[in-house]
Design a protein around this ligand. Sequence first.
Ligand code: F6P
Length: 357
Amino acid sequence: MRIGLLNSGGDCPGLNAVTHGVVGAATQLGWEVYGFRQGYEGLLSPGDYKVLKVEKTEGILKVGGTILGSSNKGHFVSKVGAGGVRAIPTELMDEAVATMKGLGVEALICVGGDGSLSTAQQFYEHGFPVVGVPKTIDNDLAATAMTFGFDSACHSVVDALDRLQTTAESHKRVMVLEVMGRHAGWIALYGGMGGGACSILIPEIPFDLNKVAETIKHRDENGFFHSLVVVAEGAAPIGGTQLYEETKEDGESRLGGIGEQVAKQLSALTGKDTRCTTLGHLQRGGSPTALDRVLGTRFGVKAVKLIEEKRFGRMVSYQQYHVGSVPIKEAVRELNLVDPEGEVVEAAKSVGISFGD
Ligand code: F6P
């Protein structure tokens, strides 16, 4: 048997671990793996691919990015704006399917976030055997308790906060760190808790900066003259809206700027010297953590198993320490958001972290 593999959407640490898992498991079954380059674009005629043999994937487990490349734009984008889905034109689907059939590819593994998996679902409904693997550093897919890449992203946030803390302390400053997280504040929450932030602002909890300023002043009164504030890019003040650097008609608009705004306003409210750092794509690059390497490998192996069992139209899913699967259709429907009343937020509040609410 010959199967196809592609990575679609924004990259994240652990993608190569998935490839390692897919190629390892497929090779043991005597199958061949064709890796399509730059996501779905690689399916356009005549097909842009490389044959992935075990020798080619040796040592990639620890490598960041993806040896196949990825894309979050192009012909097969199915996500439009916030929550809209675009139907991929039938001629394009036919072309892609013909490319795969011409190469003898009998099933396809699509590794991607909700938008890319919506495209995978369209291929499945078009009659091509597909399985999905969830990928999002934001950890915002409800159908899986965790995705690879999230832990590595949190690790980058903690590392940045550890560095910001020392310079903040030297200058008695407030340091604001803007991190990724469009709809879900998981990276801000875990990174902020792990890195000792006094305040964490997330999309799920609209904030009032007066509350954050009170926390900072309280720290000052207790002799802690520096403070770390983490802001998710998708966070917004009570009654306000998310800030965009660039708005797009097609695909996802680019969030950005909330960190600077929070820093300016906190400086005015507290009278303290305040600086903002935007961590950006440092969260997406670099070597994956041990957890992401293992999770990625397990996801890849499971995807091959789903094909072996002919359970198409399903997405690999991690639930209660076990890698299982769910229908892709269900997986793309619901976001995994931070519960403002949940145990994690409660624990953070118990150690004095303010969410600005
Ligand atoms: O969806 C993952 C994500 O990392 C978001 O948190 C972020 O808004 C976006 O990708 C950035 O995408 P791009 O690489 O296109 O700037």
